[in-house]
Design a protein around this ligand. Structure first.
Ligand SMILES: Cc1ncc(COP(=O)(O)O)c(C=O)c1O
Length: 266
């Protein structure tokens, strides 16, 4: 299980490297190699004179909220500098305040050449963006690329509203505080329910890994019946990525609902 997920357009499906997603759309564009996560030696060993870039999520979202280690993420940046490669960080899941910082990479003291953004950027309205710097920024100029709905006023207004909200005093700090409250509550559940193997994450991207015998997908359904949208990502991990404006009392209600659901499983 390598847990990469970069999207469902053709090139990003190729980057995702998982057969189940690729199968209906074969053949894939060539040129992608997949390396085990958090394994710097494997990354080093995979580089050839043909290599142009390394793309990574600093926290694997679909993979089950797996955090990149400091050594790995920083090591990838050093490797890219040494080998003159571009470092691309997929921030679709971790960007725009999700980890308590504007971008997930900031938790690692690195500066990627390219980042991708979507999900949180529109606050529910579809929008995506690619941001690049240095040499990578000269590749595209206005008009080099486009889409039918690209740059539409509705999505861009939503994106601006999100950015303005994140800029408000104390907003990101609150994400950290609420994330800690959620994580602490889940750790408390872990102490009560032995089938909870791990609780991990940063800010408001938090995962709770269940023993493989526990039906994670069924728990998602039971939570939905109580009004909570969660999902079951890789490694039988319940993933919590609530709206960043969530309140402590709403998190408390979720924790209570999970306690009730988990009690039925004992
Ligand atoms: C890390 C990451 N990258 C990219 C995407 C974009 O996927 P899609 O092309 O399905 O919108 C996702 C969606 O879940 C994601 O988690």
């Amino acid at each position: 299980w390598q847990g990469f997920f970069h999207g469902r357009t053709l090139a990003t499906l190729a980057a995702t490297g998982q057969e189940k997603y690729q199968k209906p759309f074969l053949p894939m564009p060539e040129g992608f190699k997949y390396m085990p996560y958090n394994d710097l030696d494997a990354a080093k060993a995979s580089i050839t004179p043909e290599t142009a870039a390394i793309m990574v999520e600093v926290i694997q979202g679909e993979g089950g909220v797996i955090e990149g280690t400091q050594e790995y993420i920083k090591g990838l940046q050093d490797l890219c500098k040494e080998e003159k490669l571009l470092l691309v960080v997929d921030e679709v899941q971790t960007g725009i305040g999700r980890t308590g910082k504007w971008f997930g990479y900031e938790n690692y003291g690195i500066e990627p050449d390219i980042i991708t953004l979507a999900k949180g950027l529109g606050g529910g309205i579809p929008i995506g963006a690619v941001i690049s710097k240095g040499k990578a920024a000269d590749v595209f100029t206005p008009g080099s690329h486009g889409t039918t709905f690209g740059g539409n006023p509705l999505s861009c207004s939503a994106g601006l509203a999100v950015i303005q909200t994140l800029q408000e005093d104390g907003f990101l700090e609150k994400v950290v505080i609420n994330g800690q409250f959620l994580k602490k509550g889940l750790i408390k559940l872990q102490q009560q329910f032995p089938f909870i193997k791990d609780v991990r994450g940063m800010g408001l991207i938090v995962g709770l890994e269940l023993d493989e015998k526990i039906p994670g997908k069924q728990i998602v359904g039971l939570a939905m019946e109580q009004g909570f949208i969660i999902n079951c990502a890789g490694n039988n991990t319940l993933r919590f990525v609530p709206p960043l404006i969530i309140k402590e009392e709403e998190i408390q209600k979720l924790l209570e609902a999970l306690h009730e659901i988990f009690s039925q499983l004992l």
